[in-house]
Design a binder for this molecule. Structure first.
Ligand code: ADP
Length: 246
């Protein structure tokens, strides 16, 4: 399959404190890869480095073989790697369909214009409906985003991300704060969108990680502690110790 995203020797220091230390990882195309670890392990910092929201102190990041170490998030998005919630915010007073239409408009580089006539925007409806259907929100397309349950709001955020036609999605704790029923729904959604895309996620819910991930990288104290499938990493003594000792 080949590698989608690769980091080599990724390091981030904050005023001498090493939050991420010499991390190398490769996310294979077409897989779901999870980044886990106890609190303070460096997951968020690592995620922000990979999505270029932070500049690494040292190290190199490539996407599809291209060096993206010095690129800005928007440039990387144009290459097909998109962080969920990065570009597309959800506007509470707009409907589900309107939110996805705006994301499509932005992808085309059109000016971001609330005053554009409904008739002009309606050109995007078919495509927008496709993304709304993909995240299972068709029956809610006319609902204001504010009226949606928390889980459905996250699904809408994913739909606005899909409107950017990513080949790779980076999801930051997709299950955070979610009720059980929504966890099951978003898990199914992630599995569905992963069919023809690559996914890297930071996620705390270990049963979700076990259920979804092809490969897992475990961080602790800024370093990689273990890597492999869930069966492998969950048996590793150093992983068990890091979680218990956290
Ligand atoms: P995780 O997401 O795994 O909980 P973080 O990446 O948020 O871990 O944090 C890793 C370590 O880096 C923590 O000790 C945290 O306090 C530190 N850290 C994170 N961001 C900063 C920052 N901007 N300045 C200083 N220290 C930071």
């Amino acid at each position: 399959m080949g590698v989608a995203l690769e980091a080599v020797g990724l390091t981030k220091e904050f005023k001498g404190f090493v939050a991420v230390n010499d991390v190398s990882l490769a996310v294979e195309k077409g897989t779901i890869h999870a980044l886990i670890g106890p609190n303070g392990a460096g997951k968020t910092t690592c995620f922000n480095l990979l999505t270029k929201f932070l500049q690494p102190t040292r190290g190199k990041i490539t996407y599809e073989g291209r060096d993206i170490t010095r690129m800005a998030p928007a440039e990387i998005a144009r290459l097909g790697m998109v962080r969920s919630f990065q570009i597309s915010a959800v506007f509470p007073d707009l409907t589900v369909l309107q939110n996805v239409r705006i994301a499509l408009q932005r992808r085309r580089g059109e000016s971001f214009d609330f005053w554009r006539s409904e008739k002009t925007l309606a050109r995007y409806d078919d495509e927008a409906r496709g993304h709304v259907a993909e995240v299972g929100l068709s029956e809610f397309e006319g609902h204001r985003a504010a009226e949606l349950s928390y889980g459905r709001k996250r699904a809408l955020e994913i739909a606005t991300t899909l409107a950017l036609e990513p080949e790779m999605l980076l999801l930051d704790e997709p299950m955070a704060g979610m009720a059980e029923a929504d966890v099951a729904r978003i898990s199914a959604l992630i599995r569905r969108i992963a069919k023809d895309r690559t996914i890297l996620m930071v996620e705390h819910n270990l049963s979700v990680v076990a259920d979804l991930s092809d490969r897992i990288t475990v961080l602790a104290r800024g370093e990689i502690l273990a890597e492999g499938d869930y069966a492998t990493i969950s048996k590793a003594p150093e992983v068990i110790e890091a979680y218990i000792g956290a």
